[in-house]
Design a protein around this ligand. Sequence first.
Ligand code: ZN
Length: 122
Amino acid sequence: MHEMSIAIPLVEQLQALAAEHNAARVEALTVAAGVMRQVVPEALVVAFEVAAAETCAAGASLTVESVPLAARCRQCGRQFEPSIDSFVCDRCNQADVEIIDGNDIVLTSVTFQQADDEDQPG
Ligand SMILES: [Zn+2]
């Protein structure tokens, strides 16, 4: 399962962050997933639940945001949103492009639950 290879390092990252913040648990997190990675949000949520079981991130609520693809043409400098199977610049028709966004899986926000103030938000 492709999503499992994303979920496992994600949980490791959360465990490191929780330790850094002296947090007892991870309550919620948001992940920005670039469309190039072709992540199925529902599958990532399921994979995350499995990977996070028996860790400080168990039961955390995961939100997956989709990051659209963005490319810059190396020939004419145009920035555009290519389709996933065609990277041809719509201005100069060259396929010499650099992907500038939509190619990463990034943890964008995490909400921790502190050990000693369980009822306080944030
Ligand atoms: Zn171009």
